[in-house]
Design a protein around this ligand. Structure first.
Ligand SMILES: [Mn+2]
Length: 291
């Protein structure tokens, strides 16, 4: 297994330019991560020289990139508006072309719709039908480029389309592409699944990516609300040797706090050095738990 973190851990803002990513590659490597998870939207907006620079830096520091997408509503592959769906198909095609330049072969998130959902529409059957058709087109590009798309199962407050692993398995089977898999996230699973290990076992070879965090999105090991040993057992059972990425959110305020609905500090008012210590300890905990 390879371990990583989402880029946004240290900042209350989603914004991250090329120079900031360059620093994060070095930091992630120093801490001992294998992976830095970057934003698909940032990749979409980066120039060819920027993508090349980050690609070279990642090789120098032995970091691989996974690419995280919480698509804007204008790219909603489940939209009733055909123009919006087409816009989404074109968006993900560009994202994936640019991922190749960056050197990333894993696109993960709520690719089938937009995030966070505003629940203006909750026509699940219609959303499945439209997004499955659109995803089949996007999947062709993924297959051609050697990219895996992992669809994130989200809790009921963030989506109505895929809330459990069982739903995601049925959805993936309908898409029917070897490039389309499932992203399970312990934070969402803890709300929706009867059993986290059983969900992992059910996903089996369809598990393409794993997000880890405690019940309130603290770092793994910070409060042990998740039974990490049982989860590790299930990952072992399915012989998972893929990517495991933390999505910790400790800092309230800013655009990150707003999106995550974090209205209080979970970091114990940590400074930068303490934030580094927390995540270093969490990585050690995770590697020990999953070994
Ligand atoms: Mn997640």
């Amino acid at each position: 297994m390879k371990f990583g973190t989402l880029y946004s851990y240290w900042s209350p803002e989603w914004n991250c330019d090329c120079n900031s990513y360059a620093k994060l590659i070095e930091k992630a490597s120093e801490i001992g991560f294998d992976i830095l998870e970057v934003s698909a939207d940032h990749v979409y907006r980066m120039s060819a020289p920027e993508l090349r620079r980050l690609n070279e830096l990642s090789k120098k520091h032995n970091i691989i990139f996974t690419t995280n997408s919480g698509p804007a509503k204008e790219y909603d592959l489940s939209s009733t508006d055909e123009k919006v769906r087409q816009n989404g198909i074109e968006y993900f095609n560009v994202v994936m072309e640019k991922m190749v330049e960056l050197g990333s072969n894993s696109l993960a998130g709520a690719i089938y719709s937009f995030w966070p959902c505003d629940f203006e529409s909750t026509d699940k059957e219609g959303a499945w039908s439209r997004s499955i058709d659109a995803l089949r087109i996007v999947a062709k590009t993924a297959e051609r480029l050697g990219i895996t798309i992992s669809l994130e199962v989200l809790n009921r407050n963030e989506s109505y389309i895929l809330n459990t692993c069982e739903e995601a398995i049925a959805y993936c089977e309908k898409v029917g592409s070897p490039a389309v898999k499932i992203l399970l996230d312990t934070y969402h699973m803890n709300i929706e699944e009867d059993s986290l290990p059983d969900a992992v076992r059910a996903a089996g070879p369809l598990l393409g990516h794993l997000h880890v965090g405690e019940n309130n999105r603290k770092l793994p090991g910070m409060n042990n609300t998740i039974d990490w040993k049982a989860l590790a057992g299930a990952l072992h059972d399915i012989r998972y040797d893929g990517t495991v990425v933390m999505e910790p959110f400790l800092i309230a305020g800013g655009s990150v706090g707003y999106s995550i609905r974090l209205w209080r500090d979970l970091s114990n008012h940590a400074n930068g050095r303490e934030m580094d210590r927390y995540i270093t300890e969490s990585l050690r905990f995770l590697k020990e738990s999953f070994a």
